[in-house]
Design a protein around this ligand. Sequence first.
Ligand code: ZN
Length: 324
Amino acid sequence: MDFRVSPRESPCVHFSIDGGEAFRVMFSPLGKAARLLRSRKKAGSYSSFFRRGGSLGRGGQERIFPVKVGMMNSPRVNLLTEISFAQNHHFDFLDLTSEPSAAHPRKIKGKETRKALQDANLGVVGHTAYYLPFASPYESFQKTALEEIRWTLEIFAEVGASKVTIHPDRSNTFVLGSKGVLQKNIQAFAEIDEMASPYGIQVLIENMDRNFNTVEEFQEAYSKLPRLGFHLDVGHANLNVPRNRSEDFLRAFKDRLRHVHLSDNFGGREDLHLPLGAGNIDWKKIISLLKSFGYGETITLEVFSLDRRYLLFSRDKLRELWKE
Ligand SMILES: [Zn+2]
């Protein structure tokens, strides 16, 4: 997919309170996006790392491992601490989730974070809060959610992300019906796609556990928004379904697949984010499926436990399975 900076410049002004003390005024975000993109291009390999399908490697060495393995920061922990952890434990990139409290988009210092990631030889993928009300029956909630995304995209552009995950909103189907919720989500994705495009960021839509859990819902969105990418969450594909839907998604969207999340669960309703092998997902099958579809980009281990040895165990297991 080819991204270009839009020649259209629409001057507008953003006001926000930063740390409760400073007002920030920014004219023409598209102009700023163009500048950012130019500086990223000048910087060379770093920001285009994932689009090139290349590899940073530690110490400037090219890696031979065919996929990049990442971890997600806990948004309640200082971001720089999380970057150090990812570096010290040999991850290839950080799946930077920007959400309250510690990783709120207003709290992240873009340049400092970018430098920390570069110094740590870590790539970055953007991840937004999973609970934003994009499809709320209240228009004002949707509008506010989109404004938060505008801020978040600006930060992601500053830190050097070229792909960012958005989660469809489950919303309230009693009011809008499931079709109404689907259309409201698609309308929000269209706006986010417009906001992201000048930054050279591709928007990825993640499959969820209750809506956007079928191929058909994604097809409807993609038919209207051809630039959107697909983010496969294998754990979500195992919930509220008789069998894991990862293969169905891969068959339908292998050409759009840009990012993968892995975590285990026991099916049913609970999105447990267990280490690989602790639930009932057949990881051998999933990894060989990904390989058979020629997947070679980023995989995040979305394993959430206070004891991070479970995350590290999952990292090793993934690498072993991939080598088989
Ligand atoms: Zn996920």
